[in-house]
Design a protein around this ligand. Structure first.
Ligand code: UT7
Length: 312
């Protein structure tokens, strides 16, 4: 498969900013506990906004920044575990709201926090057979609707937001990526399958162990496939679930702090939105410039995992 090239990015956040001190007024917690255990300082929660509206704003920003004609979009895929409706998909709503062509595939992928990585790879394959040059790939989440706001072990961790990328194939470079699934329903999910409650359940320490091991191995495998070492890579963008997880992975590569880009402190864990939000922030900071090499790597409920090399 050809490499996937990111042409433009966009992001969107709900209006309501919630600090750790705000959370401590809802549940028995503190800024000190949340900051030291996770690195999170604040997050955004939807307050009247729907998930598809965040996705729409992020997508519009990416289309505008890339100066992309809507007629040139050949697929739209949304990575989300928190769609507004079981059907229609968020992608179908966006196809209508954005006025995208009607003879293109539009669908959601639920791979939890790995959703954006899965969606990127699927979109890249779809473009191999598509006359239109670009695909719109989004990660968008409204986790505040799935977090029990009386459960301090869960509600402080998550946030809402969306990130979008316009991608195209780069036939001059090869795609290097890995993905997979390691079935485990018990450690992380929405309780529906266990108790009928809609809220997120997590065995934090089991997930922590899985995350550190699988993200390290996935990034190592991508380096091996591409014939690079970590020294050849400019930035690594991990799924943002916990700063301690990101630091653990970084230490396995003996990489300097500045190589591992972080947004966890500002947004909390935004699941499938965390990597595209991170890419959009890197773009805003002028880091996604020609010649740069970035590894993205994620994991989550399922367990799902994935990683790929992005060259700019
Ligand atoms: O994208 C989804 C993937 N999710 C993840 O990657 C999360 C992976 N796991 C983690 O990041 C960590 O396991 C957590 C941040 C979720 C939890 O950190 P921990 O160091 O594993 O803490 P713990 O669950 O062992 O809890 C330690 C203590 C407990 O009290 P006791 O039993 O020691 O008295 C908890 O009740 O911390 C307590 N606690 C809290 N205290 C204050 C749990 N949540 C809170 C809270 N504020 N919000």
């Amino acid at each position: 498969m050809d490499a996937i090239q990111i042409i433009a990015t966009g992001k969107a956040l709900p209006k309501k900013l919630v600090t750790n001190d705000d959370m401590s007024k809802i549940v028995d917690t503190s800024d000190e506990w949340i900051s030291t255990r996770t690195g999170i300082k604040q997050r955004y929660f939807c307050d009247g906004e729907q998930n598809w509206e965040l996705a729409f704003r992020a997508a519009t920003e990416a289309l505008n920044k890339g100066n992309i004609e809507k007629e040139q979009i050949g697929a739209v895929i949304v990575g989300t575990g928190t769609p507004d409706y079981i059907m229609p998909s968020m992608a179908c709503i966006l196809q209508e709201e954005l006025g995208l062509p009607s003879d293109i595939p539009a669908f959601d992928i639920n791979a939890a926090c790995s959703g954006f990585i899965y969606a990127l790879r699927v979109a890249g394959s779809l473009l191999q057979d598509e006359a239109r040059p670009y695909a719109l790939v989004i990660g968008s989440e409204q986790l505040s609707t799935r977090a029990d706001m009386t459960d301090r072990s869960i509600c402080v961790l998550f946030g809402d937001g969306a990130g979008a990328a316009i991608i195209k194939r780069n036939p001059e470079k090869k795609f290097y990526g890995v993905w997979g699934t390691e079935g485990n329903r018990a450690a992380l999910g929405c309780r529906g399958h266990l108790t009928g409650s809609p809220y997120i359940y997590m065995d934090g320490q089991t997930v922590f162990r899985f995350a550190t091991q699988y993200m390290t191995n996935a990034a190592k495998k991508v380096l091996e496939l591409a014939g690079f070492t970590m020294d050849d890579i400019d930035y690594v963008l991990c799924h943002q679930a916990n700063e301690r997880i990101i630091d653990y992975v970084r230490k396995q590569f003996k990489a300097p702090e500045e190589k591992f880009f972080k947004i966890i402190q500002k947004y909390g864990n935004t699941s499938a939105a965390s990597i595209p939000l991170g890419l959009a922030e890197m773009d805003e900071q002028g880091l996604l410039i020609p010649g740069k090499k970035i590894i993205i790597v994620g994991f989550d409920a399922g367990f799902t995992w994935g990683s790929m090399l992005l060259e700019f």
